[in-house]
Write a protein that binds this ligand. Structure first.
Ligand code: SF4
Length: 372
């Protein structure tokens, strides 16, 4: 059966008009093989273009404290239950995080995201974060800063907002129904509470999901609808990075390039004005279709993820340029590509295992200082 072109146009029109697609249509986007990929992506692109034009927003993650987490998130190399061979360290000194912010913005980042392992932020950590955020903001008033620091209550969120923080990241990761299958040390409600605290404080919310953790299509739809309900401004869509030693150390067969693109399109239709990020795992799961992710999504991470390496900066920026997109940066895209031609490379080893970052990649400022 050929689906008429009017079906795809209706998806774009409904989304742009602010209407929610009904659940049956959402389910079909994920599962109906008669729905063709290119017209689906074109419809999602119409929505993306309306809000963001041809611009790609580049984020750089800083793994500001690695490992030692008491939680048991099955997908995470920092969980107490993970046997992944990561480089563990406590919170980086403020000078190191500031230097790495400078490096991130110079590489083309519009948003610098500091991520801390652990269940939640103590008052001591909130106080340190306030100092770091305020120092970075003084030097880069026009750039965005995002912090991911576990659970945060209303007063912690307000303090961070007052210090100048733009966004708080706290991913929902999966649906409420599927949550007990991916974590037993906290609940979906715990995560949602932090999202609501950030909202109440006037922070932008960055909250997304990880696809590929055994969820049903309905779980994906539920997360997309919940993020619409809370009006998340930024939605990272991660595709499970199966790190050896994690409880979830294998990606499921259903995580095909076509399915990942359908998921991204669904999130775009349901969250038309949100910054949707094709996030961790794009290189592994989109493979030869990677650039197509930028038609529904308008954002990505540069320089890999928390512990897993990603594509080289130059290759990612070249992919953006080749497809005719631009980036939100003070620097011309061509200059960024030229200056980052020799960055760290390779996502997978010959054995197709996820490569983990070395200490030099996790703490570049430390190594810069040593060699100068
Ligand atoms: S996702 Fe966060 S809370 Fe969960 S184990 Fe990893 S660092 Fe800890």
């Amino acid at each position: 059966m050929t689906i008429p072109r009017t079906f795809y146009q209706e998806l774009a029109d409904q989304s742009l008009a602010g209407h929610t697609l009904d659940k049956a249509t959402c389910g079909r986007i994920l599962s109906d093989s008669a729905i063709e990929l290119l017209p689906l992506l074109d419809a999602a692109y119409q929505v993306r273009r309306h809000y963001f034009g041809n611009e790609v927003r580049v984020h750089v993650l800083n793994n500001a404290q690695n490992g030692h987490c008491p939680e048991d998130c099955h997908y995470c190399a920092q969980a107490k239950t993970s046997k992944a061979d990561i480089e563990e360290y406590g919170m980086k000194p403020e000078s190191e995080m500031l230097e790495e912010a400078r490096q991130a913005y110079a590489k083309g980042a519009s948003c610098y995201c500091m991520v801390f392992a652990g269940r939640g932020a103590s008052q001591t950590r909130i106080d340190r974060l306030k100092r770091i955020v305020s120092t970075i903001k003084q030097e880069f008033p026009d750039r965005e800063i995002c912090v991911s620091t576990g659970f945060v209550d209303n007063s912690g969120a307000r303090e961070l907002k007052t210090a100048g923080l733009d966004r708080l990241n706290h991913n929902l990761n999966t649906s409420e129904a599927n949550y007990p299958n991916i974590c037993t040390t906290h609940t979906f409600a715990d995560r949602l509470n932090t999202v609501m605290a950030a909202k109440a404080a006037g922070l932008k919310v960055c909250s997304g999901m990880i696809v590929g953790m055994g969820e049903e299509h309905q779980d994906i739809i539920d997360v997309a609808l919940k993020l619409r309900e809370v009006k998340a401004e930024s939605i990272p869509i991660n595709l499970l990075v199966p790190i050896e030693g994690n409880q979830l150390d294998k990606a499921p067969d259903y995580l095909t390039p076509q399915f990942c693109l359908r998921v991204l399109s669904l999130f775009r239709f349901l969250n038309p004005s949100a910054e949707i990020r094709v996030a961790a795992g794009r290189e592994i799961h989109l493979r030869s279709m990677e650039v197509m992710g930028l038609y529904p999504a308008n954002s990505l991470f540069l320089q890999g993820y928390l512990n897993a390496k990603g594509e080289t900066n130059a290759n990612t920026l070249t992919m953006i340029k080749d497809a005719g997109f631009t980036i939100k940066s003070d620097y011309p895209l061509e200059d960024l590509i030229a200056t980052q031609a020799n960055g760290p490379s390779a996502v997978l080893t010959d054995q197709q295992k996820i490569l983990l970052k070395s200490l030099k990649e996790l703490r570049p400022a430390m190594y810069t200082n040593l060699s100068s």
